[in-house]
Ligand binder design. Structure first.
Ligand code: GDD
Ligand code: MN
Length: 377
């Protein structure tokens, strides 16, 4: 396994040399069965951070340097991740600061979690064993803790305790390689990390939090500021709403599907069609309505276009919907026998609401309108 630590460094001349020595001299040798690399992303720091790295490259062959114009923290990580994946063939990438606020001794815990099968590892300050600096003023602690709590609630991720940490590990296969890095929200800011975390958690099967004792900054001062904080909240709110918008639209389309279904069922019942035909055809009409409106509206951002693609996807949609059809016809026919057909108009909405809709939402997001895989370019 190859793990690449991506370390943006802007004017970290005082820290970067020590950091390289600690990682290569002390920490990496303790990590077995893993090829550890360090990639420093330097935006041509005026203090000569890049030159220091170059000197150490003669000594450590797994030390890499990427230099580029200054575009903010998000882009430093994005370019670093693309380099790590495409040029270095990383199996996992880590995000880590150069200023010792992420003490190097925690690297091995993160890698161990990865080797144990985690797809996404979060260095967490807010779980047992993790901490923020004791010497921070109360107000700073409060902002950090409450800000995190706020984002946890907005994103509906209460199970994760640290959503803004800058110390993380991401598996490339299935997680990072599914994310369109070129279009992250707020790539010039620290807020990039909220969007990245949000998408990574969606892709990751196993998310693990590992305690991190966040240290206070050794030298120089932080580049984080109120502007960065506001943009971080903004990204969290937008992502939070975006998610719910989809559910609402899906619900409305589903409700329309229900109306189509109910009306057709009413009609076919009137016509005394046999049960399987009445339930079957009315359900198929609802499927057609669902496919059309979800494609045009709910999942517009992954819209299926072109006659051939639509035809083949609709076929696939019918297959996944066959699951829903089976559930519905099964429950319908069974309750016909048990209760009599006079309860059909009660059985139908209950079956749709509690069984078919949750099943459908899963199928739509995981199969039909699945986010397209794109290699980090
Ligand atoms: N290349 C590059 N370009 N590096 C940058 C830039 C940039 O524009 N801005 C910051 N960095 C580097 C710094 O040199 C440092 O290594 C790291 O990114 C973090 O910057 P700091 O200025 O030390 O940030 P912080 O300590 O305030 O923020 C920490 O806490 C935040 C909140 O929990 C970081 O860990 C953040 O990632 C975290 O979100
Ligand atoms: Mn820092």
């Amino acid at each position: 396994m190859k793990v690449v630590i991506i370390m943006p460094a802007y004017n970290e001349a005082e820290n970067i040399g020590l950091m390289i020595e600690e990682l290569f001299g002390k920490e990496f040798p303790q990590i077995k069965n893993t090829e550890m690399h360090l990639l420093v992303v330097d935006d041509f720091s005026p203090d000569g951070t890049g030159n220091i790295v170059k000197k150490y490259q003669a000594e450590y062959k797994n030390l890499h340097l990427l230099q580029k114009p200054k575009e903010g923290l998000g882009w430093a990580y994005i370019r670093g991740m693309q380099y790590a994946v495409n040029k270095l063939g990383a199996d996992a990438v880590m995000e880590m600061d150069a200023d010792f606020q992420h003490p190097p001794r925690f690297v091995k815990d993160m890698v161990a979690a990865f080797l144990n099968g985690a797809d996404y590892v979060i260095g967490s300050r807010y779980i047992r064993g993790g901490s923020i600096p004791k010497e921070w003023e109360f107000s700073r602690k409060a902002v950090s803790f409450l800000g995190n709590l706020f984002i946890r609630m907005v994103l509906l991720k209460p199970q994760i305790h640290d959503l803004t940490t800058g110390f993380r590990l991401t598996r490339v296969k299935g997680v990072l390689d599914q994310i369109d890095l070129e279009h992250l929200m707020e790539p010039t800011r620290f807020a990039y990390k909220v969007d990245l975390l949000y998408q990574s958690i969606k892709n990751a099967k196993k998310v693990v939090e590992v305690p991190l004792e966040f240290a206070s900054r050794a030298k120089e001062k932080s580049k984080f500021n109120p502007k960065e904080m506001i943009s971080t909240f903004k990204v969290a709110i937008i992502l939070g709403i975006k998610d719910k918008q989809k559910i609402i639209k899906f619900g409305l389309v589903g409700f329309l599907g229900y109306l189509v279904n109910a009306f057709a069922l009413y009609l076919f019942t009137k016509l005394s069609w046999p049960g399987w035909a009445a339930w079957g055809l009315s359900t198929e009409l609802a499927i057609l309505s669902n496919f059309t409106w979800n494609n045009l509206w709910t999942f517009r951002d992954q819209q299926i276009n072109g006659l051939a693609a639509i035809a083949s996807k609709f076929l696939q949609f019918n297959l996944t919907s066959a699951g829903g059809l089976l559930i519905q016809v099964g429950v319908g026919v069974a309750t016909d026998y048990l209760l009599g057909s006079q309860y059909r108009q009660i059985v139908l909405p209950l079956t749709i609401g509690f069984l078919v809709m949750p099943y459908n939402y899963l199928m739509y997001t995981l199969v039909i309108w699945r986010k397209k895989a794109s290699n980090p370019k």
